[in-house]
Structures are given as C-alpha cells and as structure tokens.
Design a protein around this ligand. Structure first.
Ligand code: ATP
Length: 368
C-alpha cells in the first residue's frame, strides 16, 4: 500500500542570519491511489514540500512515510517515487526511447527485452509510439511533456510527484493534458502529489486539494468542500475567480454593520458567530443576484461602476454609494451574459443570507 504520510513536517532554510520557515508543521495523510493537488501562492512552500517527499531536500523536523516505511533518511532513488518537473528535464542527446528506458536500465536488473516492451506499452498508453526514435529537440512542448510523463510511468513507482508539469504548455494544450492526466491517473491508480499555482488544475484534477500559505497547511479537503466551506478567509479568497467579496463588519443587534450597509442575520448565523463582534462578511460573486427592485432586508440599491462582458457571463462591479467614489466598497457580481446593465445604472443587488460566509476578522477563521 503506497499511502503517503507527512507528520509535522517542517523545513527551515538559513539565509545569512535569517531563518526562513519554508514549510511549517505540515501534516497530511494521502491514501493509496489518491490524487492530491498542493496549491497556493508563490513562495508558500509547495515545491519544498514536494522536494522533501522526493528526497531532494532534507527535512528539518517531522517524518515522511511512504507505505509503512519512514523515508526521512532514505535516498531519493530508493524511495520508489517518480517525479515530473515543469522543465521536463529530458536528456537532450538521447532518443525518446532512451529517455524512457534509461531509469529502468540504471535502477533495475530487468533484461533489455522486458524494458523494451515496458517502454513500448507506456508509449502506446500516451500516444507517442511514433516518436520513440526522435530526440527531444524534435518534439513539441506537449510531446516533450508526454515523454516526461512516460519516463515516470514506465518505472511503475509507488508515488508520482509532479511539479507544475503543465505550466509550459499553451492554454488549449494545458486543458487537454489536464483531462489526459486525470484519465491516466484513474487508470494507473498511483498515489499522486501534484503541485500547481493554477486553481483550475486544483479544482478539476484532485481528489483532494491541500492549500498552503506561508508554509502552513490551511485546509485539505475535496475541491468543492474547500470552495463552499472554506476553513478560513485565505482559502475563501484564494479559490474562485473573481474572488469572494469581503466586507469588514461589526455585529450589533443582530445586524452586520458595514461602512455602507446593514445586513440583518438570523439566529443560526448569530449563534455560529457567538461573542465575536469584529467580523468579515464574505459573498461569492456568483451568489450575488441582480433583482428588479430592492424588496427585502438583503437587497441593496447599488450603482454599476464597470461591466466586463465575458460572453457567457458578465462581471459587474457595483458600488453601494454612487457619490462615495473610489473609496467606496465594491461588490462584484457575476451574472448571466444576457443581463443588460451599463455603467451608471442603478440596480438592486441581493445578497442571499444562505450564501454568505462570516469570518473572525482577527484570526481569519470561518465561523459560518
Ligand atoms: P513557487 O510557486 O514560486 O514555485 P513555492 O510555493 O513552490 O513557490 P517554495 O519554492 O517551496 O515555494 O519556497 C518556499 C519558501 O522557501 C520561499 O520563501 C523561498 O524563498 C524559500 N526557499 C526555497 N528554497 C530555498 C533555498 N534553497 N534557500 C533559501 N530559501 C529557500
């Protein structure tokens, strides 16, 4: 069983007299055959985490186990992992066949004809059989990426580690490879850790996503759970495009009071919030509705600032107070592409109570 376990893993680097904590007390258990995407902003510790699992970086404290074996002191080549890098890292002087067979020739005693048939089979799986005699320089980016994957797959490792493997491809090819990789991983059923900063990859590819910020694990859960039930304000703001709207509010007399609005909340949210009064109200742009007339406590008169037509939908930037100018809080709404609104229009925006999120302003923790 190739489960992968990180237990309180920390990595510090010394930069002169400064200590950089790149990965801070991260724990996660990844099931056999599971696909976990590690995502987060630049510098959050994604690559360092992957490199520690790969054995390319030492671990400052904590343990990493593959199956029931603690691998902290096991050399990279003895961990039974295969890694795919952003740069592909193919050997330029070798053919595709050579690139794919080299690792097996070096690390196993398998006879040549067996290696040859493993390479042939993997090449078929990836649709690159016709490229086996070419050199990497004679391949497109997408083809090179397939070879890099083939080289990893042919080794039949316990764990795949992938560091932004699609980021050098153009958008169309990236989308195609995304689905191909998912299909492959489903077929091969190999435990996979996949690092990316691309949230589309995170949302669509992973069984679970692990979101890092500042070296700390913020949440590890299914993509939809992270999206709909974010553990904190960071996760809520990181996932989703355009980002969730946030407003600083204070709870008083059953109302969330912002600079430009008052928002009544029912007993369920009030009890979830408890005694905390300094809060942040969050609402996703797609949850904001534009309605004919303000008719309820959760409807607000707003003025359209900017409309960005995207074809299938419009992103509408609204202000609560037409005269407040730049300083006024903006409410972003994503609405159907057929909705006709223009800059300067006065519209009613509804913020449904069942769609709001409430965070503790001091800690960022999600309260509701
Ligand atoms: P990116 O998406 O930009 O690749 P990342 O999330 O993969 O970023 P890491 O490369 O893991 O982030 O880096 C995490 C932190 O550790 C950063 O602050 C980085 O500057 C620091 N760091 C990484 N490697 C070293 C090193 N060898 N020496 C010193 N600091 C390092």
């Amino acid at each position: 069983m190739a489960t992968l376990e990180l237990d309180s893993v920390t990595k510090t680097f010394q930069d002169g007299s400064d200590e950089i904590v790149a990965v801070d007390d991260v724990s996660m258990s990844i099931d056999d055959g599971e696909f976990v995407v590690v995502v987060g902003p630049s510098g959050c510790g994604k690559s360092t985490t992957l490199r520690m699992i790969a054995g390319l970086e030492t671990i400052s404290s904590g343990t990493i186990s593959i199956g029931d074996r603690v691998v902290n002191d096991v050399k990279s080549q003895d961990r039974d992992i295969a890694m795919v890098f952003q740069s592909y890292a193919l050997y330029p002087h070798m053919s595709v066949r050579g690139n794919m067979s080299f690792g097996l020739e070096e690390s196993t005693d398998l006879p040549d004809d067996e290696i040859e048939s493993m390479v042939t089979e993997t090449a078929e799986l990836l649709g690159i059989s016709n490229l086996l005699d070419r050199k990497p320089s004679d391949l497109s980016g997408g083809q090179q990426q397939r070879v890099a994957l083939g080289r990893a797959i042919v080794r039949d490792p316990e764990v795949f580690l992938m560091d932004e493997p699609l980021s050098n491809l153009d958008a169309k090819l990236r989308a195609q490879m995304r689905t191909e990789l998912q299909r492959l991983q489903d077929d091969l059923d190999v435990t996979t850790v996949y690092v990316t900063h691309d949230q589309t990859e995170a949302m669509t590819m992973g069984d679970r996503i692990a979101i890092l910020d500042g070296g700390e694990l913020q949440q590890i859960s299914t993509p939809l759970e992270c999206y709909h039930e974010p553990a904190n304000q960071f996760v809520a703001g990181f996932l989703g495009e355009p980002s969730m709207n946030f407003f600083d509010v204070t709870l008083a007399d059953g109302h969330l009071r912002g600079d430009d609005f008052e928002y009544p909340i029912g007993s369920e949210i009030q009890s979830a919030v408890g005694d905390t009064t300094e809060l942040v109200l969050g609402i996703r742009p797609e949850a904001v509705e534009l309605v004919e007339d303000p008719s309820g406590d959760h409807d607000f008169e707003t003025v359209v600032d900017v409309v960005e037509p995207m074809g299938d939908e419009n992103t509408v930037y609204l202000r609560f107070d037409a005269d407040a100018g730049e300083e006024d809080a903006t409410l972003v709404a994503t609405v159907d592409g057929f909705t006709r609104v223009s800059a300067g229009d006065t519209v009613a925006a509804r913020i449904p109570e069942d769609a709001i999120h409430v965070f503790d302003r001091a800690s960022g923790e999600a309260l509701h």
